[in-house]
Ligand binder design. Structure first.
Ligand code: IYR
Length: 222
């Protein structure tokens, strides 16, 4: 299955520090253009773009290379509507009862609420599942390692790749997400990790005027 045998030679392209800096700076500038989008156009998306991005996600480093993830791509309008209805039901409880006042005030600058039109407006919703454990051919449990870390890294690759493809995403985690396993018919060893509406921003799309911390605030050099 996922494991090859032995070792093969490996080297990276021979870049000077200057060339490396130029490339990584370019990558950072590209990532600066990525924003979480909540207003999607209904303009269709070529599924090949998403397939290619999921290939990138599948390249993420992960525990023992067991690749404990499943990506479920939903383009069916009826299924998206069902997902939206279930997500909004949970979010309504979150906003009305489950989230603290502190949490709601932290979210205020983002302008979020329990209405999740992005789930039906965006042509696709990609649901990422973590495989809490695997299943051996004899049906017994196969232990998976560092599942959340592995899937989190894969989702990072995925979001960067989708941005590179010119597509917008929202990292949406309606909570709890148990309904996704049921609606999408996934097995009990899988748990929904994140839901990503994918598409183009609406023409009148706006994003919150927020900034990221400068390097000095996030990097400590010793
Ligand atoms: N899951 C809710 C609330 C929410 C929470 C965080 I933390 C965010 O960064 C954004 C939203 C929702 O999707 O509205």
């Amino acid at each position: 299955m996922s494991h090859g045998e032995g070792f093969v030679p490996y080297a990276l392209p021979d870049l000077s520090p200057g060339e490396g800096l130029e490339r990584v700076r370019q990558f950072r500038v590209e990532l600066e253009g990525r924003r979480s989008v909540r207003d999607f156009s209904t303009q269709p998306v070529d599924v090949a773009l998403i397939e290619e991005a999921v290939r990138s996600a599948g390249l993420a480093p992960n525990g023992a290379n067991l690749q404990p993830w499943t990506f479920v791509l939903v383009g069916d309008a009826h299924l998206k509507a069902q997902i939206r209805a279930a997500a909004e039901e949970e979010e309504k409880l979150n906003y009305e009862r489950r989230m603290s006042e502190e949490w709601k005030s932290d979210l205020a600058p983002l302008g979020t609420d329990a209405t999740k039109a992005h789930i039906t407006d965006a042509p696709y919703v990609l649901v990422v599942f973590e495989q809490v454990h695997g299943i051996n051919t004899d049906g017994s449990k196969k232990t998976h390692y560092y599942v959340k870390e592995s899937v989190g890294i894969a989702v990072g690759f995925l979001i960067a790749a989708l941005h590179k493809a010119g597509l917008a995403t929202l990292t949406h985690t309606p909570s709890p997400m148990g309904f996704l396993r049921e609606l999408l018919g996934r097995p009990t060893n899988e748990r929904a990790f994140v839901l990503l509406p994918i598409g183009y921003p609406a023409e009148d799309c706006q994003v919150p005027n927020i900034t990221k911390k400068p390097l000095e605030d996030i990097l400590i050099k010793k």
